[in-house]
Design a protein around this ligand. Sequence first.
Ligand code: BDR
Ligand code: CA
Length: 368
Amino acid sequence: MTSRRAVFSALFVLVLAVVTFAGVPATRADENPRSAASDTPPAAPKKVIIDTDPGTDDALAILLALNSPELDVRALTVVPGNVTAQQGLENALKLASLTNRCDIPVAGGAQHPLFQKLITAELWHGANGLANVELPPSKCKADPRFGPDLIIQMIHASPHEITLVPVGPLTNIALALLKDPSIVPLVKEVVIMGGSISGGNVNAAAEANIYNDPEAAQIVFHAGWRLTMVGLDVGDKTLYDQAHLDQLSKTHGPENDFAVQVLTFLLGQEAKYGGGGGSPMYDPLAVGTAIDPSIVSTQPMHVDVESRGEFSRGETVANRRNAVERNVLHGDRYIIEGIDRVDPNVEVCTGVHADKFLQLLNSRLAGK
Ligand code: BDR
Ligand code: CA
């Protein structure tokens, strides 16, 4: 009896304690200036390496990155694509100089795609790749390291901290992977501009960055790291139009004025050769996604890069259901015996807050 009473007493004390504790009102954030919310330091800027073939929209992407406190641009590595490797390096150095960022290493890399001839795109980007705008000679000097080596070194120096943002053909990234596959788990994530699951811009099937080095793209897509594909599906929805340009033209500064010249050129090219409605901000959107991933929505898909198709070399072939039928040979025919799962290797961007992004872009370029 005594022991039952002791148990009841103990239970009573316990329940009382719980009720009393639960009844204590939680401290309101505005009652205490040192609340958790106000103590939260702003997130540390994301360390990014931009691998680029500058390129008009590459230039805008670089300006966006360098004017965004959310990002800490650790290096620019240059890949041939829109222009030759040499022209691209010169352009990247001029952009580093324009933004007074000679502290950022700018390194050249591959001279050509892995297994095919380079295809340059002066038609879209101007003879010098920068909308024919003649920027002053660069005050910055090229880093002597080979771009892929620089990428490898930086990843090892900051394990799990570097986000790679390739906005050109994937040659440099593939070379880094081939030389040192141990970088894969050390990279925070990879956000690429490239690919499409809804048709190409080079031809019916392929997007330019993938088309310009499909073998490199297949290596990068299947490396096993977290990869977000910011492709044409979303890039084609971020149309920079005359109204955006008018808005940006109201403010001035060396970068702002350069951007206005580039965007004026791009709107002209788009009117001549494009679909109308404005110029797609392909590379800036990849940077925008690194700045604020909520700008896009994604779906995990298994994606392969076609390298042999007669009409589809360079196409990013996406399996939306992540499943394939299993065909088994029985005599003179195959019979479907089941469905096999395939693992998604890519977060494919399928939606974008285009207005939010275009306003972000303009606001970061304004007055700079
Ligand atoms: C991509 O191709 C290049 O011309 C642009 O810079 C962008 O990276 C779009 O297909
Ligand atoms: Ca590019």
